[in-house]
Every structure is written in structure tokens, then in C-alpha cells.
Ligand binder design. Structure first.
Ligand code: FES
Length: 76
């Protein structure tokens, strides 16, 4: 399986971050928690003037933000 790197978010004031780990658009909530169970997303506030990089590989230790873990090989 190919790992995804971070994705860039700009011009956003609030995002719903998945906490159930079942979203097909992780780290963003896609509503899957309604049908697959889960507590629902965490709503996070962002500064609309800033650029953010969100984790796309599930390895970050700073969820939902990218911490560079996708570049590390053979580390857990
Ligand atoms: S899909 Fe996971 S919290 Fe909504």
C-alpha cells in the first residue's frame, strides 16, 4: 500500500477531525461514524490566514497535523 504524505489546508476556520479512524478521508470526518460507530469528530479551530499540513499516513504523533513521520523508514 502506498503511503500518503501530508496534505495542505489553507483558508479554513474550522475542521471536523475523525476520532473513530474509519473515515475514508482521514483525518477529516466523512460521517462514517454514523453507520460504523464512533463518538464523532473533534472540531478544531484554525487561523484562516495560516497554512496547515495534515497527516495522510496515520503515523503522526501530533494528530491531526503532519510531524514528518511519513519520511521516516522502518520506524514505529
Ligand atoms: S468518520 Fe470518524 S469521527 Fe466521523
Amino acid at each position: 500500500m502506498e503511503e500518503k504524505g501530508p496534505f495542505k489546508i489553507t483558508d479554513a476556520e474550522e475542521l471536523a477531525i475523525c476520532t473513530c479512524m474509519q473515515s475514508n478521508h482521514w483525518p477529516l470526518c466523512d460521517g462514517s461514524h454514523h453507520t460504523l460507530s464512533g463518538d464523532g469528530p473533534d472540531l478544531i479551530k484554525l487561523d484562516k490566514t495560516k497554512t496547515y499540513y495534515f497527516c495522510g499516513c496515520y503515523k503522526t504523533k501530533n494528530r491531526p497535523f503532519c510531524d514528518g513521520s511519513h519520511e521516516k523508514k522502518n520506524e514505529r
